[in-house]
Design a binder for this molecule. Structure first.
Ligand SMILES: Nc1ncnc2c1ncn2[C@@H]1O[C@H](COP(=O)(O)OP(=O)(O)OP(=O)(O)O)[C@@H](O)[C@H]1O
Length: 336
């Protein structure tokens, strides 16, 4: 009998755990989007989070970053339980990017990164806006750090460009630069290569390795299986809100349950067995739509040994934020 079990027992608190999510459950009315999920990310690790469309990956991210208050469970950063408030989560040391790019379209590239600095400046966002005492010194330091991050992400030459004028791949890089501006210990990336061409995807892989090499742990959601299996030290698979399996890329790729989940084979004892075919059909339609919207052509999936290739393009658009705020703002209306 195939059951929705994990291959690991709930992890014990360790000194090396940067993130420790324990028993996280998120219900929306009658729908349980995330069910009793444990996940640990250790210092120096890149962990991949994969699963079919609708598996609960983004909902889980939203629970980690305080956008959602989990129905049950606990999220701890370096041993301290986090409050479910996005700005406090960022301040604690977790930064994220979103599936749908959320840049301030009419701000320059540099200004977008500076916005991401505000949790690390003593002056705070309002003092910055009011140009209060101490602002100039803090501003100079912030600018210096922001330029370093633009160098790091390869965007320094475009510091004065409006973010809306950047090519798509560079907008995604800018989101990463802005997230890094809060000096996180853990970076959460939600589909960082969505809509990218193969060269941009490869460059993003290198960028994520460099981020890890700087001592920042990374948790990444991605549909591009080649990217995720190249990149990750460990991969965790969510299916229908539950963790199905977790392990090294080799272990996960060889796991028959993962293949079944991606191919839509019904799992016994699952309350939603009958939905799997519908989910598969919807997933395939969405993938074609995304690939078409991204101009990459349908069926540009990156197959794996596990037969889990999926289209990697999406129709993610550029955010049109116009007010002050950060990537951790409580955008309840768009939590992707
Ligand atoms: N705010 C919400 N209210 C009600 N249902 C929601 C909400 N957010 C997500 N869901 C549902 O929870 C389930 C999990 O969605 P989620 O977006 O987390 O999946 P995902 O794995 O990130 O999917 P994808 O790969 O397509 O982004 C879906 O059935 C979705 O419709």
């Amino acid at each position: 009998m195939t059951t929705m079990t994990t291959t690991q027992t709930p992890p014990a608190v360790t000194e090396t755990a940067v993130l420790q999510a324990t028993g996280v459950t998120m219900r929306f009315g009658g729908l349980t989007a995330v069910r009793d999920v444990d996940l640990t990310v250790n210092t120096g690790e890149i962990v991949g989070l994969i699963g079919p469309n609708g598996a609960g990956k983004t909902t889980f991210f939203n629970c980690l970053t305080g956008l959602y208050v989990p129905t049950e469970g606990r999220v701890a950063y370096k041993g301290t339980t986090l409050p479910a408030k996005p700005h406090l989560v960022t301040k604690a040391g977790i930064a994220r990017t979103f599936q749908n790019i959320r840049l301030f379209a009419n701000m320059t590239v540099l200004e977008n990164v500076l916005v991401g600095r505000h949790t690390r400046t003593r002056e705070g966002l309002f003092s910055a806006l009011l140009r209060g005492p101490g602002f100039k010194k803090a501003e100079a330091e912030s600018k210096e750090r922001a330029m370093e991050l633009l160098e790091f992400t390869g965007l320094a030459a475009k510091a004065d460009h409006l973010s809306r004028n950047l090519p798509y791949g560079e907008q995604r890089k800018l989101e990463i630069a802005r997230a890094l501006a809060s000096e996180p210990g853990l970076l959460l990336l939600d589909e960082p290569t969505a809509g990218m061409n193969p060269q941009e995807t490869r460059a993003t892989e290198e960028l994520v390795f460099s981020i890890r090499d700087q001592g920042i742990a990374v948790l990444v959601i991605e549909h591009d299986m080649r990217f995720i299996f190249n990149l990750s030290d460990r991969v965790s698979v969510l299916v229908q809100g539950q963790k199905l399996v977790e392990g090294t890329p080799a272990v996960v790729q060889a796991d028959e349950r993962v293949i079944a989940a991606y191919l839509g084979t019904p799992m016994e004892d699952s309350p939603e067995d009958e939905c799997l075919d519908a989910v598969e059909a919807a997933e395939s339609a969405a993938a074609s739509h995304r690939a078409a919207a991204a101009g990459t052509g349908a069926g540009t999936g990156t197959g794996t040994g596990a037969g889990t290739g999926t289209a990697s393009g999406t129709s993610s658009g550029t955010g049109t934020n116009t007010g002050a705020g950060t990537d951790t703002e409580d955008h309840q209306e768009d939590t992707k």
